[in-house]
Design a protein around this ligand. Structure first.
Ligand code: 4AD
Ligand code: MG
Length: 430
């Protein structure tokens, strides 16, 4: 009976046929161990010389890496393997022989692996990271559907920049100038006025000249936006959401976390509520930690975020940043207009900012003033002003960067391993 590796637990003691690739192999004179993968998982196939035909044993011994096969064997439980099962091989049918697969089990340099990303994706570690990414996406849809949010898709080609104009990808839109979206937020605000609680999930683009382990040129963002909700309400949604996805990965990706040797205990601590500190408190904390020359009004870089995160074993919200270093749409604190009602959520273990969010300006006059300060002229932004003209309400929202979140939860060193085909500074291939 034809089955897949993730289904073998339903076939213990039965003979099954599995379409698979040979990931790796070990053999002696009497026995061959085949590491098989079929996309759904990995299983060891054991070929015992005394129990198969001579032809089958020699086939097994000579199988080359990434050769595709239909393999017939009996499923047995195996308590030594983390997967719990192995396959006692009876027969091997070669579908296609792979010759000289470039990614061998030995160590390879990063650039080599990145040049072969289309093949590297097959490796056990990359497979585990992508499965965790998939679980986070699944949990995201579950969470927001359970909480009554409507999924709304903002445009990718746009005339309006949400996050400043320096990092835009420009493109021609017939005779007009257009950009690739940096954030769907402005459109999600319009959607929140139509549907109440909404979320988006889509690709966003930033022509950032940053070459760090946290920056991609193309990354995926989840952007919820909520009418009649303030800054505090939004923080509660954020911590509930993040703890929900961590729990989903812990519950449903045990094998993948094991493959990645992720310290599960650290993830088990991720429960609500998350700690909160203000920007002012963060400045004091940084001074205590030896960043003596940081001054009020400066933005934080990766070393600052990492130092702050070290004081907490959960993600930490940094709230109330100076108005002048944040986006034009953020609502000033009514008691202290030099800071805004915003928060960045900093992941533990040095993974940096995974969420940026804020309460939005809902007053037309103030928004018009910001337009002037930020020189947001032209037609592209007129529609956004109108949201403040017709039944404006307090509202708040946030954006979670998927790849940084996957990096943190899976323990990946660099965001390039958390997206199937990363777009990086100087890399558009494959
Ligand atoms: O903080 P950011 O720029 O916020 C916004 O874009 C808001 N408009 C979101 C909103 O309120 N709807 O980006 C949000 C998150 C960051 O916290 C980070 O996780 C991720 O997006 N991010 C990146 N991830 C990978 N590579 C990059 N170059 C990123 N830039 C931002
Ligand atoms: Mg940010």
């Amino acid at each position: 009976m034809k089955t897949t590796i993730n289904q073998v637990s339903n076939h213990v003691g039965e003979e099954v046929v599995i379409g698979a690739w040979l990931a790796n192999k070990r053999s002696s004179g009497k026995i061959a161990f085949l590491q098989l993968r079929d996309g759904t998982g990995f299983i060891q196939g054991v070929v015992v010389k005394a129990e198969v035909s001579e032809a089958t044993f020699s086939q097994a011994k000579n199988l080359s890496q990434e050769t595709s096969v239909f393999i017939t064997g009996t499923v047995v439980e195996d308590s030594r393997s983390p997967f719990g099962y192995e396959l006692q091989v009876d027969e091997i049918e070669i579908i296609h022989e792979a010759v000289d697969f470039p990614i061998t089990p030995k160590e390879h340099g990063t650039e080599f692996l990145m040049d072969h990303r289309h093949l590297w994706l097959r490796s056990k570690k990359q497979h585990a990271i992508m499965k965790i990414r998939n679980e986070i996406i699944r949990a995201t849809y579950n969470f927001f559907n359970e909480e009554g949010f409507v999924k709304i898709d903002p445009p990718i080609l746009t005339g309006s920049a949400a996050e400043g104009t320096t990092e835009l990808f420009h493109t021609k839109y017939f005779d007009e100038e257009a950009y690739l979206s940096q954030s769907g937020q402005l459109y999600m605000e319009a959607a929140a006025m139509a549907f109440g609680k909404v979320f988006s999930f889509g690709p966003t683009f930033r022509a950032e000249k940053s070459k760090t382990r946290r920056h991609l040129i193309e990354f995926w963002m989840i952007e919820p936006e909520m009418a009649f909700m303030d800054h505090e309400d939004s923080l509660r949604v954020q911590e509930n959401y993040v703890s929900y996805i961590v729990k989903s990965v812990l519950d449903n990706c045990k094998l993948e976390l094991h493959t990645l040797e992720r310290d599960i205990e650290k993830l088990e601590k991720i429960t609500v509520p998350f700690p909160r500190i203000t920007y002012d408190e963060a400045i004091d904390l940084l001074k205590q930690k030896g960043f003596t020359d940081i001054t009020w009004g400066e933005d934080f870089g990766a070393p600052h975020e990492t130092a702050i995160a070290e004081s907490f074993d959960k993600p930490v919200f940094i709230t109330h940043y100076p108005t002048k270093i944040k986006a034009f749409y953020m609502k000033p604190d009514p008691d202290r207009p030099e800071v805004v009602l915003c928060a960045d959520l900093i992941a533990p273990e040095g993974y940096g900012e995974i969420i940026g969010g804020s309460q939005r300006i809902d007053d037309l006059k103030l928004m018009e003033q910001r337009y002037e300060e930020h020189q947001l002229t032209g037609d592209a932004y007129q529609w956004y002003l109108e949201l403040r003209k017709y039944g404006s309400v307090p509202h708040a929202g946030f954006g979670l960067g998927l790849e940084r979140t996957v990096a943190w939860i899976s323990g990946a060193e660099h965001v390039r391993e958390t997206i199937p085909f990363p777009r990086l500074l100087n890399r558009l291939y494959p």
